[in-house]
Design a protein around this ligand. Sequence first.
Ligand code: GCV
Length: 732
Amino acid sequence: MNSAVNGKRPLTAYACLLVASLCIASQSRAEDGYELWLRYKPIGTRQLEASRESTTEIVAGTPSPTLTAAVSELTRGLFGLLGASPAIAPTVTKDRSILIGTPRSLPIIRQLEVKWDQLGAEGYVVRSLTYEGHPTILIAANSDIGVLYGTFSFLRLLQTGQSLQNIQVLSAPRVRYRILDHWDNLGRSVERGYAGESIWDWHKLPDYIDPRYIDYARACASVGINGTVPNNVNASSVSLTSPYLGKLAALANVFRPYGIRVYLTAKFSAPIEIGGLQTADPLNPSVQDWWRRKADEIYGLIPDFGGFLVKANSEGEPGPQDYGRTHADGANMLADALAAHGGIVMWRAFVYRAGGDDRAKQGFEDFKRLDGSFRDNVTIQVKNGPIDFQPREPFHPLFGAMPKTSTMLEVQLTKEYLGFATHLVFLGPLIEEVLRTDTYAAGPGSTVAKVVDGSLFPHRITGIAGVANVGSDRNWTGSHFDQANWYGFGRLAWDASLSSRAIAEEWVRMTFSNDPAFVGRVVAMMMGSREAAVNYMTPLGLTHQMSRSHYGPAPWSTGGPEAGWTSTYFARADEKGIGFDRTVTGSNAVAQYAPQVAAEFSSLKRTPERLLLWFHHVPWDYRMRSGNTLWDELVMHYTHGVQSVSDMRQTWSSLQGAIDSERFEQVSSFLAIQEKEAKWWRDASIAYFQTRSHRLLPSGFEPTEHDLSYYEALCFPYVPGARPEASSLCKK
Ligand code: GCV
């Protein structure tokens, strides 16, 4: 017997949620980007016929909030995609059904052959099969959240035009914590945010629940994101006060059915700022007690609270080193406070101090020696590269270097260093590049992905975090194409073995069109877009050449309070050559990598040219593999980057009419901005480096449009997302 028959609110619960979700849908204007990749527009007729046949009836397990969300999404998707309104039945009554549930909530599926043990807590199966002689679709999992993920997977198959005749999907995440980190301030500004204000309206919480929160949760769940940190790592203690915890609890209630836990950033000095203590020393019993009571208070309101994310002793934030203690002392104190409740601490390794010989080395120096001294509910959150989310960096040397410590990966979706929201840069290839890189930590094949998913060195916590690019802009991410970075992050966090090309294709099909010609051209644009940005901003391993506000080029920037914030520190261009010597003759940062990797990066000849100037100071006339001199090659890369953007523009303009004009026009305008700014990057960089190289441009290459002084004088004090001091940073 179907247990739904025994349920107290079998159909009404689904019906209510369905009505609610349709209301939300009707608030969004067509094709303004609000619906993201969950548009559910009608699919082609051939597939439609085949699909409609198998969707006469939905037979669902006993309703729970999560299962109700799954059935609601399924109904909404089928209605939009197929024009079908399948009946929701408690038992199989018709010829064609979708069975959706867990073995507990829908006992009839127990008899079906499913590899339940391979699904784990969040995995799912989506299968076409014959049930009692009838064509049937099965969406099943061990848990309700797995069923919701399976539902989105099924809808993705439909949306991307795949046949339903022989579906055999079994998918389970390898990484347990898949989290979005918002750098949002309580007053709604967003640090490095390019998509409007923060979506979190703390002022109106907990009494007003913006419907956006539900759509945010749907979008996250659709790609398997299961955690959110709504507040900035440059934290405010206020978020830990009782009123704000009440507001957070309201968000947690909204997100719970979608499998999303809330976390908080914890300001290390909170015991002083809001607790009335004289110290925040992690070894002080009163401080420990304060955090324990704070954790108890949080869990009293939010029983499934995820834990704390901490930025400590970094960029002026307080931390345990203020008291002569280590990062492990600080992290363990918080971990102990959370342990009884099952919470975790994500402690960031993004640290650097003024005056070190190489900013790239400092995270490793602080953390490597602490390997083995962290509690098992602590993970060290490590940025993909050793500096700071640059267009290209080598992998962070901490990956694989702390076998006794969980290390999670942090990538940035908001494109602080990649042209903000107006540059089309798909980050899938960047994330894929780092995940696939071999650290050699335990011999060949020790990829970053294997470090992060715990298959190299097993750990209780495995995780990936993405710095969110979401804001209150109607299209969520400030540009239509930046939605792909949210989407792609979630998909790769769920399954690091996916290719970013396949992800781009899914996204294009769901977001724009299934037309093969459109898909092919747009996917090609996306796949080349990251390399284009590397070329016009920081080719051949150059890094951090932007202005202090992080908008536009400023390779001349120097001085100020922190050398490691200036371009000249990183490029080190002089009469002889360019690049940062990180070999044994320089900072010897190469020694932080495993011997095989260190040997490769130490050798001028063996270092991949895409990272050449990261590791070596190279003479201007050095012969590159192409036979060109370094100087000529540099100019060629900058120029090629601009050309790639012009090509993207042309491709996009050839697609006019293929999609709605509203989104088409915005993308066109943004590509025009990107082309203008790519040229700015090229010309300003060449103009500056030419004052060091004293060489002519290779023949046939256009001179820069203006001379250096023109570029140096450009100043944009009110750049979005910048830290407040940026407005006073116009002079070099
Ligand atoms: C949240 C970079 C950014 C900062 C950011 C910091 C971090 O330095 O420019 O805005 O602060 O990274 O990751 O903590």
